[in-house]
Design a protein around this ligand. Structure first.
Ligand SMILES: *[C@@H]1O[C@H](CO)[C@@H](O)[C@H](O)[C@H]1NC(C)=O
Ligand SMILES: CC(=O)N[C@H]1CO[C@H](CO)[C@@H](O)[C@@H]1O
Length: 732
């Protein structure tokens, strides 16, 4: 045994500046106490105007304070992880475990086949022994175009994998690589090879795109692979048999690249769907892949990525293994979550899609409080955790486990045997979706699955390397972003309000601070009520002449100014520290408001309606493609409206309401008839003014922009009516 054999494979570091943060929290806490003291000592007497408005405001502030407490718990003790890949290779290079990689796609239009295979090729090309890699695509759209693209990818991989090795390609998604890479100068032979591969990629891309555009597979192509015959029986994406094709069988001695090296196994799966069975969306697809893969490769580690998230770092698997294979702490690790990062963000990130603060601050905070959450993509799981096993002290990973496949079994026999595992009736009367696999009946199955794994005793790790492991596509319109958050907030609140609430499910199983940390997302939805209250009531009261904040000359003002100023300064500091700009922060504040007043509001509403039995759950996949105009506006950071969604009506109504109230107040300040008007209402006027300022893009969209992406006339009309009506009722 060499002497470094006992050195750990990873290290954990505490964040710097924790004392400073704790001091800041204390200041905010003291300031908040003063605010509450003011609220309690100045309640308008019974019969005085504004008593209820005051009490409501007080309740909102209590809620904000509680929510602030939760965000503080998350930030209290963040930790950062570091890995030692060279020690891993040194110790285990010959004994590296098999890896099963699951990629999920659901709709060939929203998620174009070319994008899907770029992700596939990037994970096939990991810097890892190829015979130990197994890549599974689950195609819930059961699209023959996606299948065709996979067939093309399986051929192209024979060139691509050696090419990646030879030219040290990074990232290993051909699209992402060729988009930025420049042809290598120097040796003409190398340069020639480089441009040939680039040309081959582009040819392949063109073939796939033109066939998708054509809308059918020609006879010539369908003769190329027996798999196309399956589509004769496909009635619709929601009604078809299991289609399972092993495009590359790693066991097959002919499955080699152009240099004779083995290739990863590549499997295409469209699980059976029948109208009479619920398919459980992505969770159902994942569970089908867990079963199918257990028959084919049965690797100890499972990585799952969304089809729009290519691997941006070919060493990610090795990094993840440093946690699982660590001699001391490795056995208790259930999953290792990488951050969700995006490749197509603009400088000031109008829709605040970057999730930087969540990924750089809150997730390390979760990790410090007892475990990262599982966010559904870019996550490595131990197979045992996904099959419902509890952690026990004597658990020891078996890195040499083999698949259940017998040596003599041919590819086609294996395919037939696996089909049963992906049939829609397989899960009847089983624990799948309950105790086994990903959980069903929840719109954010990932978060819930992660929570229950933690409750079964497994540890989880958040690993956020400098160079991101996976890059995806962020929403590029306002509505996409709002709809995505609606779904998340609704699903999150559903967890909170069910028996899966962390306080119940995790009672005595995970630390209290982790239970509290989960609330930060699980309570997104109810946040809408207090936020709506804060953006509507003080402004209307201003219009009516009811003061809800201390006079400007009173020293109580200091408490409000202090807390608000300090809290926002901290937020700005945090935002900029993680790579944001000032304008980006301002956009983030706006999106914070918009998400709370629309996404979370509809999320809460839908949750309640569903509880009462009114509407049925509908999973909306957010689009990943856009026409050129939309992309152009996105790149210019022009806010995209364009449709008459009820969400926009709410946004516009709130913006107009505040504009009217602000103008009304301004008039009274300037006219200067009422003595002390400014005195009494300064804070309310400032709040209202701030809301007007943050809503500038909405006014532009309503009145000043003429392009197709401005707000439609119907929204302008409706929102003006609603806002005027609200003002009229207030003044009446
Ligand atoms: C993605 O990988 C490239 C190297 O291939 C690196 O330069 C870049 O910084 C990475 N992107 C992110 C967001 O980490
Ligand atoms: C800035 C940027 O890269 N924008 C791109 C993000 O992705 C969408 C969809 O693929 C493109 O349309 C944008 O141009």
């Amino acid at each position: 045994m060499a002497k470094d054999d006992n050195l750990p494979l990873f290290e954990t570091k505490l964040a710097k500046g924790r004392i400073l943060f704790q001091f800041y929290s204390l200041l905010i806490f003291v300031g908040t106490c003063f605010i509450f003291a003011y609220r309690l000592s100045h309640i308008p007497a019974i019969g005085e105007p504004g008593r209820w408005a005051w009490i409501g405001l007080f309740c909102s502030e209590l809620w904000f304070c509680f929510y602030w407490f939760v965000t503080t718990v998350v930030r209290w003790n963040p930790i950062y992880r570091n890995t030692f890949k060279d020690r891993l290779s040194h110790r285990y290079e010959k004994a590296l475990p098999g890896i099963d990689i699951f990629v999920c796609t659901a709709d060939p239009v929203i998620e174009p086949p070319v994008m899907v295979i770029n992700t596939i090729l990037s994970v096939m090309a990991y810097d890892y022994p190829p015979e130990k890699l197994n890549v599974y695509l689950s195609d819930d759209g059961a699209s023959e175009f996606t299948f065709y693209a996979m067939l093309e990818a399986s051929r192209f991989s024979k060139i691509w994998l050696p090419f990646c090795k030879k030219f040290k390609v990074e990232p290993r998604s051909p699209e992402a690589y060729f988009r930025t890479a420049v042809e290598p100068l120097g040796e003409p032979v190398m340069a020639k090879e480089w441009s040939t591969v680039k040309m081959l990629y582009e040819d392949m891309k063109n073939r796939i795109e033109s066939i998708t555009k054509l809308g059918r597979i020609s006879e010539e192509i369908s003769k190329e692979h027996k798999g196309f015959n399956e589509w004769i029986l496909v009635a619709s994406p929601r009604d078809h048999q299991t289609i399972l094709q092993i495009l590359i069988d790693g066991r097959d001695s002919e499955a080699v690249d152009i240099q004779g090296r083995p290739l990863p196994t590549l499997v295409y799966l469209a699980r059976e769907k029948r109208p009479q069975y619920h398919h459980h969306f992505k969770a159902g697809a994942m569970n089908a892949m867990i079963r199918v893969s257990s028959r084919i490769s049965n690797s100890s580690i499972i990585l799952n990525v969304d089809c729009d998230m290519y691997s941006n770092n070919s060493t990610s698997i090795r990094e993840a293994l440093c946690f699982f294979m660590d001699g001391e702490k490795g056995n208790e690790v259930g999953f290792v979550q990488f951050p969700q990062a995006f490749e197509n963000l603009t400088k000031n990130d109008v829709y605040s899609s970057s999730l930087n603060v969540i990924m750089e601050m809150e997730m390390p905070g979760y990790d410090g409080n007892g475990g990262s959450c599982y966010i559904g993509t870019g996550c490595f799981h131990r197979r045992e955790t996904l099959s419902g096993q509890k952690y026990s002290k004597n658990f020891k990973a078996d890195w040499k486990r083999l698949s259940n496949r017998s040596v003599k079994e041919s590819t086609s026999v294996l395919e037939e045997k696996c089909k049963v595992l992906a049939s829609s009736s397989y899960e009847e009367n089983s624990q799948w979706g309950k105790e086994m696999g990903l959980k069903y009946d929840c719109a954010v199955e990932d978060l819930l699955t992660g929570l229950s794994i933690q409750c079964r005793g497994w540890k989880s790790i958040y690993f956020n390397p400098e160079r991101k492991g996976f890059l995806g596509v962020a929403p590029i319109t306002l509505l996409q972003s709002l709809v995505q958050h609606k779904r998340w907030s609704e699903g999150d609140f559903h967890i909170f309000a069910s028996r899966n609430c962390p306080f119940v499910l995790g009672y005595k199983k995970i630390p209290l601070k982790l239970q509290l940390s989960y609330c930060i997302y699980l309570l997104w939805a109810p946040n809408c009520l207090t936020t709506l209250y804060y953006v509507i009531v003080p402004s209307l009261c201003l219009l009516r002449g009811i003061s809800l904040f201390p006079h400007i000359s009173s020293s109580w003002v200091l408490a409000f100014v202090f807390v608000i100023f300090l809290h926002r300064t901290y937020s700005l500091g945090e935002f900029i520290r993680f790579g944001g700009t000032f304008k980006g922060w301002w956009n983030d504040q706006r999106m914070w408001l918009y998400k709370r007043t629309t996404s979370y509001f509809f999320g809460l509403l839908d949750y309640i309606l569903k509880r009462l039995g009114f509407s049925k759950s509908a999973f909306v996949v957010t689009t990943k493609v856009a026409d050129d105009d939309v992309s152009q506006r996105y790149e210019q950071e022009v806010m995209e409206f364009g449709t008459s969604s009820p969400m926009f009506t709410i946004l516009a109504t709130l913006a107009l309401l505040n504009a009217f109230c602000f103008l009304g107040a301004l008039k009274r300040v300037i006219a200067n008839v009422e003595i002390l008007f400014w005195e009494r209402f300064a804070l309310q006027i400032l709040l209202c003014g701030l809301l007007v300022l943050i809503n500038l893009p909405v006014y532009q969209g309503l009145f000043f922009r003429k392009d197709v992406a401005s707000l439609p006339t119907s929204v302008t009309f409706k929102s003006t009516m609603f806002a005027l009506l609200a003002c009229a009722i207030t003044l009446y």
